[in-house]
Design a protein around this ligand. Structure first.
Ligand SMILES: Nc1ncnc2c1ncn2[C@@H]1O[C@H](COP(=O)(O)OP(=O)(O)O)[C@@H](O)[C@H]1O
Ligand SMILES: [Mg+2]
Length: 193
C-alpha cells in the first residue's frame, strides 16, 4: 500500500519544499521507495531535482509535475509526498484529498502561527504541525510549542532547526545530519504504521 502525504501551508517560505525533499531522501535512506509530486506551479521541487542532477547529486527518486487530476493517480512506490503551493486553494484541497496524512510545516513566528491555525482549522484530514527553521532555546519557540499544545494541535516531537546546512542542501541529495529530518521521518513512519 502506498502512503500518500501532503505538505501544506498557505504561508510561503515555511519549509514545505525542503520538508518534502528531505523527508523523501530520508525515507529512501530507510529503504522505502518514494515519488514526489510537485503540485506547486512554481516547481521548486522539480527545480531541486533538476539542480541535483546537473550537479552530479541526482536524487534517488522521481519528482513529477502534478496537477489536480494526476495527484490521485495510483502508483507503485511506498510513499508519495506532495509539494503544494501557498495559494491556489483548489490545488491544496486536491492534495489533501489525495492524502492519508498532512504535514504542516511552520516556522516559529506569530505570523506563521496565525496562518497555520487557519490552515489547520480548514483541514478535514489527520495532520501534524512540523516546526521548522527554529532557533532553539528562544522564547519565541517555547511560546509556539506551548500554544500548539494548549490548543491540542498535533505536532511532531521533532523540531527542525534553522541551519545554514539545510539552506545549502537545496538542490542536492544531501540530508544534513544536524537537520533532524531523520527523526521527523522516523516519527512519520511510526505514526502511519
Ligand atoms: N531548517 C532550515 N534552516 C535554514 N533554512 C531553511 C530551513 N528550511 C528551509 N530553509 C530555507 O528557507 C527558504 C524557504 O524554504 P522552502 O522549503 O522553499 O519553503 P516553502 O516551500 O514553504 O516556500 C529556502 O531558501 C530554504 O532553503
Ligand atoms: Mg515550496
Amino acid at each position: 500500500m502506498t502512503h500518500v502525504v501532503a505538505v501544506i501551508n498557505t504561508k510561503g517560505g515555511v519549509g514545505k519544499t525542503t520538508t518534502v525533499m528531505e523527508m523523501g531522501l530520508t525515507l529512501h535512506q530507510m529503504g522505502e521507495s518514494v515519488l514526489v509530486r510537485d503540485a506547486d506551479p512554481q516547481g521548486n521541487s522539480w527545480d531541486w531535482a533538476k539542480d541535483a542532477k546537473e550537479s552530479q547529486h541526482a536524487l534517488p527518486f522521481t519528482v513529477e509535475i502534478a496537477n489536480k487530476k494526476s495527484l490521485s493517480m495510483p502508483t507503485e512506490q511506498d510513499w508519495v509526498i506532495i509539494d503544494t503551493p501557498p495559494s491556489l486553494v483548489d490545488t491544496i484541497q486536491a492534495a489533501v484529498d489525495a492524502s492519508e496524512f498532512v504535514i504542516v510545516p511552520m516556522s516559529p513566528s506569530d505570523m506563521d502561527y496565525r496562518r497555520t491555525m487557519e490552515t489547520i482549522r480548514q483541514l478535514d484530514k489527520d495532520a501534524s504541525v512540523l516546526i521548522t527553521k527554529a532557533r532553539f532555546k528562544t522564547i519565541q519557540l517555547a511560546q509556539v510549542v506551548a500554544d500548539l499544545d494548549d490548543q491540542k494541535i498535533g505536532r511532531f516531537d521533532t523540531i527542525i532547526p534553522l541551519r545554514e546546512s539545510v539552506n545549502r542542501s537545496a538542490g542536492t541529495n544531501i540530508v544534513p545530519t544536524d537537520s533532524n529530518y531523520q527523526a521527523a521521518a522516523q516519527e512519520l513512519v511510526e505514526g502511519l504504521r
